[in-house]
Design a protein around this ligand. Structure first.
Ligand code: 73E
Length: 795
């Protein structure tokens, strides 16, 4: 056990010397990596032993994304070794932060949904709960983003290395997955049996990654499946090169382009691969009777991507375990629960029936039967056409995965209060009426161990100095910081740390992107996936307006602000890519104007990912959470920024609503339409952006400049941007909310003019952020949905 610095140093040096090479950072990384793995392995073995001895109920979190970020530093934090190692290395003339930089971040996710899964597995282990993640081991994670002439380009990211990988191959646990084949109904001993003849086989190999909980007490597992060729013979396997190539594609990358049929098939293959491999492993390695599955396992499906778990579990129970339909349905619907993350139509998970029928013929039959029985159960009720439409799983050749997920699970949750209400009252109203006790809310959370302890070690230290260390275990105790919100010296220390974190970010950006940022400016940060509803366009339009004012009005000389953007657009999302281009165009215009540059600076952080977020979030003064009300299910960046003492400028959307409730609207900058207003406009189709342009000359001028092409690049770019804002009756209501957004920004400037008052507001935000720890979310899931028992900690 290396809990003491001297011991650590001794062992570290011995290992380095044994390697007999120069004392490079790379070698130090390797050495530290090995040592950490050894510390973890012991704890991992002990946890697994406890699980075997205790036979407690387990949770399996199925997710197509796990955006875990770098692991070395986080593992040291969770093991409580970070400070010891850092000081030890310091004394040996090495910098831990530099060593950490050598790790390539596994980009196994794309945004909040994937990061949430990562925060959840961290919280499960930290609370000592038996809960494991199941996902896919994509060879290339999400693409690396570069800007070429202001446009996003995408390069494949390779995170898996030859050595020092974060996971362990478990050959002995491999299972086979089958696709295609022909259905045959045969007479078995207990009646009719469905067989699939001549399927194609693919082998699923699990790679296990340790998930180290707080204090290293519990180490759970994140199991990621990799597709490889199967040893089973089947017709078609003879063309081995093709087979090998097609197989490797299954776990080659996250979200393959699905604009063509081949891409759609690939995504479907991935989703089934995850579900089938994970379920087979759970059923193969159980120590209980199959009938007792719901008492021994809970499966949470993260959105509809793993919703095939429902028919797949039915298939395994009926075809492989010889249960009746009713028995299998009873077990399935007491084992699986579903989280919905979005109400956006395009993300609601729909499949062409023919695709499923051809790729997964047995699964298709089961879905059909689920749909048939569900529709039959509705026959006694007098339901109108609209209701029947909303309640059908299969309709007009389409399979609606969200409906399947609701029907086949015992609990369904939304991810923030407002989102859950919208699901219950509108999007899934009919389903909620059929299953009144199924729907519940679990407001998202974030792990404070990464987003505060790791990302902002300095602020964590200050908090501990003020209120003691108990908040680390019980983050709701951050509320004790309220006593310090008016304490002059505490506020000064807070300000000093904010400046320090700004310096860290500046240094990072200078190194990576060669930009120089004014440390005394307001850091206004807008970081998230690029999407119309997230309204990066509103932000950049506002910057355009500020520029105009500075140029037009010699008395308008606002306090310097740096506007940071970070985020990726889906490769086939053309509009979002046009917005990226526009931001880069505006940035070069504003940044190269000597007058404007004194007041405004626009920085687009290339290739936003977890690592970059860890630099940006602690440095933020202002957190942009400006989605069109009703569209952002929750948001979690909002919570991370609040916890680091940034003030939110935001709409009443997603978890912003709860953030405002906790911290008080006077400690945030709230603006824009409410969800009901947006929905009213949508219903009446009555939004007319031209009315706004006609009644607001400043907005009219902005639009005119846009049309003239002053802020965009080429006609294509203009048409897209202007078209969205005006001609298409913008579904995201940018111009509608624009004026109140700009007023909220004026309030920010006023507030920032009083540094101590500003700092007080920041501290109040940190104090109110404890409830947004994912420990709270996970405890609620456990109490209300999974019913897990805490494993006693040994460390
Ligand atoms: O509001 C966020 C939410 O905080 C939501 O947009 C995001 O999930 C977060 C965690 O709950 C989300 N991502 C997706 N849907 N909702 C999604 C859908 C399809 C593919 C990839 C991601």
């Amino acid at each position: 056990m290396f809990s003491y610095k001297e011991e650590f140093k001794k062992s570290f040096v011995t290992r380095m010397e044994r390697k007999g090479m120069e004392k490079t950072a790379e070698l130090a990384y390797e050495t530290l990596w090995e040592m950490t793995q050894e510390w973890i392995q012991k704890r991992w073995n002990r946890t697994n032993q406890l699980y075997r001895d205790n036979n407690e109920k387990k949770l399996y979190y199925f997710s197509i994304e796990f955006l875990i970020g770098r692991v070395l530093g986080q593992n040291l934090i969770n093991l409580n070794f970070y400070d010891t190692v850092k000081e030890g290395l310091d004394e040996l003339g090495l910098q831990l932060s530099e060593i950490e930089e050598l790790e390539t971040e596994p980009g196994l996710g794309n945004g909040g949904l994937g990061r949430l899964a990562a925060c959840f597995v961290d919280s499960l282990a930290s609370l000592g709960l038996p809960g494991h993640g199941y996902g896919l081991r994509y060879k290339g994670g999400l693409f690396t983003q570069h800007f070429v002439n202001g446009y996003q380009t995408e390069q494949p990211t390779q995170w898996i290395q030859q050595e020092h990988n974060v996971d362990i191959r478990r050959e002995e646990l491999a299972v086979d997955i089958s696709y295609y084949g022909e259905i045959q109904v045969v007479m078995g001993l207990d009646g009719l049996k469905v067989n699939v003849e001549n399927p194609e086989w693919v082998k699923a190999i699990p790679y296990d990654m340790p998930v180290v909980g707080a204090n290293g007490g519990t180490v759970n597992t994140l199991r990621l499946w990799q597709a490889e060729v199967s040893d089973r013979p089947f017709p078609g396997r003879e063309d081995y090169a093709v087979y090998e190539h097609e197989t490797a594609k299954i776990t080659d990358r996250l979200y393959p382009d699905d604009s063509l049929e081949a891409g759609k098939i690939l995504r479907l293959k991935q989703q089934y691969f995850l579900c089938s491999a994970s379920l087979q492993t759970i059923l193969n390695n159980r120590s209980f009777s199959i009938e007792a599955l719901p008492e021994n396992a809970a499966i949470q499906i993260n959105d509809t991507h793993p919703a095939l778990a429902i028919p797949e579990l039915m298939r395994l129970l009926i075809d492989d375990h010889a249960l009746s339909w009713d028995q299998a349905w009873d077990i399935t619907t007491r084992t699986i629960s579903y989280t919905n993350h979005t109400i956006l139509e395009e993300a609601m998970g729909k499949w062409d029936s023919r695709l499923i029928q051809s790729l997964l013929p047995r699964i298709y039959l089961i879905i059909e039967e689920i749909d048939r029985r569900f529709k039959k159960s509705l026959q006694q009720q007098e339901l109108d056409e609209e209701a029947l439409h909303k309640l059908s799983i299969i309709e007009n050749g389409t399979i609606k995965m969200a409906v399947l997920a609701v029907v086949g699970s015992y609990k369904v949750n939304g991810v923030a209060k407002l989102h859950t209400e919208i699901l219950k009252k509108r999007e899934m109203k009919e389903l909620n009426e059929q299953f009144p006790n199924k729907f519940h809310n679990k407001t998202n959370g974030i792990t404070h161990r990464r987003w505060l302890l790791k990302a902002n070690h300095e602020l964590s230290g200050l908090i501990t100095e003020a209120i003691g260390p108990r908040w680390i275990k019980e983050p709701e105790r951050l509320s004790e910081l309220h006593y310090f919100a008016q304490n002059h010296s505490f506020l000064q220390d807070f300000q000093a740390i904010k400046s320090l974190k700004k310096e860290h970010l500046i240094h990072h950006l200078q190194r990576n992107q060669n930009v120089v940022v004014d440390p005394d400016s307001i850091f206004d940060i807008h970081i998230k996936r690029f999407h119309g509803y997230k309204r990066q366009l509103m932000n950049i339009l506002h910057i355009q307006m500020l520029y105009d004012r500075i140029k037009r009005d010699p008395t308008y000389r606002p306090y310097p602000r740096t506007f940071f953007f970070g985020g990726k657009a889906a490769p086939s999302y053309h509009f979002a890519k046009q917005v990226i281009k526009m931001i880069n165009t505006v940035a070069s215009k504003v940044n190269s104007d000597p007058l404007a540059r004194k007041h405004l600076h626009v920085v687009f952080v290339e290739n936003y990912n977890v690592t970059q977020a860890e630099y940006l979030i602690p440095a933020a003064d202002v957190s942009e959470q400006i989605s069109t009300a009703s569209k952002e299910a929750s948001g979690t960046g909002n919570m991370k920024l609040m916890m680091n003492g940034a003030l939110t400028i935001g709409t009443f959307d997603g978890a912003n609503v709860e953030i405002f409730e906790e911290v008080g609207q006077e400690n945030a900058f709230v603006f824009g339409m409410r969800a009901e207003q947006v929905m009213q406009y949508e219903k009446e189709k009555s939004y007319n952006p031209k009315e706004i342009i006609d009644s607001d000359s400043e907005i009219a001028q902005l639009m005119e400049e846009l049309i003239k092409g002053e802020w965009t690049d080429g006609k294509n770019n203009v048409d897209f941007i202007v078209g969205q804002l005006m001609e298409d009756s913008d579904p995201y209501f940018v111009l509608k909310d624009f004026r109140s957004y700009s007023k909220a920004h004026e309030q920010i400037l006023k507030a920032y003019a009083h540094p101590e008052k500003w700092a007080e507001m920041c501290v109040k935000n940190i104090a109110a952020s404890g409830i947004f720890s994912s420990d709270r979310t996970i405890q609620q899931y456990s109490n209300d949905v999974w019913h897990l028992t805490k494993i006693p900690s040994i460390y």
